[in-house]
Design a protein around this ligand. Structure first.
Ligand SMILES: Nc1ncnc2c1ncn2[C@@H]1O[C@H](COP(=O)(O)OP(=O)(O)O)[C@@H](O)[C@H]1O
Ligand SMILES: [Mg+2]
Length: 212
């Protein structure tokens, strides 16, 4: 199964969710490969940090560029799960990766500026269905402010409903310092012991993979 994290914007939580889900799968003894197609290489740096500090489970990670779909096809029959972390933007790499993705995950911050970028991604989704007709597209509310009075998440969900082809994941990833703290040391939020953030990742994993 190939899960692709992408989106028009940087800084929405793609790397954070890709690395936490990869760690979740590896901790469940699933065979997962993390694939970093963002030239910034943040996922690869995170996986490298695990190697340096011998953090178990070690998570294999490859950095690839160019013709992504062909390279993913080669890896796909060797791993149960492939989690791809794409950078921000409508790049040739993202378009190539979309051809092989079973699931396209778009983390979205609850702000109008982020919502404006969904239109292009939805067009890309429709274009992709021509060559990869079974792909599912999920919007994941990410970095949601803790203050419920703002109701920005509710407003964002309402706005996303005008995209019937994009399913809204039934989980809110809140803005939590532990996501940043974990990333710095090559860990997941479960590994640094934040039960509330771990629960969010568990909910996301059970939604995407159907595993508990
Ligand atoms: N849910 C969250 N709560 C707090 N900080 C977050 C959260 N998700 C991401 N971050 C932080 O925000 C920044 C951008 O996140 P990142 O995952 O690198 O985004 P992207 O890969 O989409 O560019 C990083 O510093 C990351 O640690
Ligand atoms: Mg990133």
């Amino acid at each position: 199964m190939v899960i692709l994290f992408g989106g028009e914007k940087g800084g929405t939580g793609k790397t954070t969710l890709a690395t936490n889900l990869a760690a979740f799968l590896a901790t469940q003894d699933m065979d997962v490969l993390l694939v970093d197609i963002d030239p910034q290489g943040s996922s690869a740096t995170w996986a490298n940090t695990r190697w340096q500090y011998s953090l178990r489970p070690l998570i294999p990670c490859v950095q690839i560029s160019g013709d992504i779909s062909r390279q993913i096809w080669k890896h796909n029959n060797k791993h149960e799960y492939i989690v791809i972390d794409a950078g921000g933007g409508d790049t040739a790499e993202l378009q190539s990766a979309l051809r092989t993705a079973d699931v396209f995950c778009m983390p979205i911050k609850p702000s109008q500026l982020d919502l404006w970028t969904v239109q292009r991604m939805d067009e890309l989704r429709v274009e992709t269905l021509g060559v990869n007709g079974d792909m599912e597209t999920y919007a994941i509310l990410s970095m949601v402010p803790a203050n419920p009075a703002l109701n920005e998440a509710g407003d964002t969900v309402a706005a996303l409903q005008s995209y019937p082809g994009i399913l809204i994941a039934p989980v809110l990833i809140q803005d939590r310092k532990s996501y940043r703290d974990a990333a710095r040391v090559g860990k997941s939020v479960a590994e640094i012991g934040d039960p509330r953030a771990s629960r969010e990742i568990l909910q996301l994993a059970s939604f995407i993979f159907g595993i508990e």
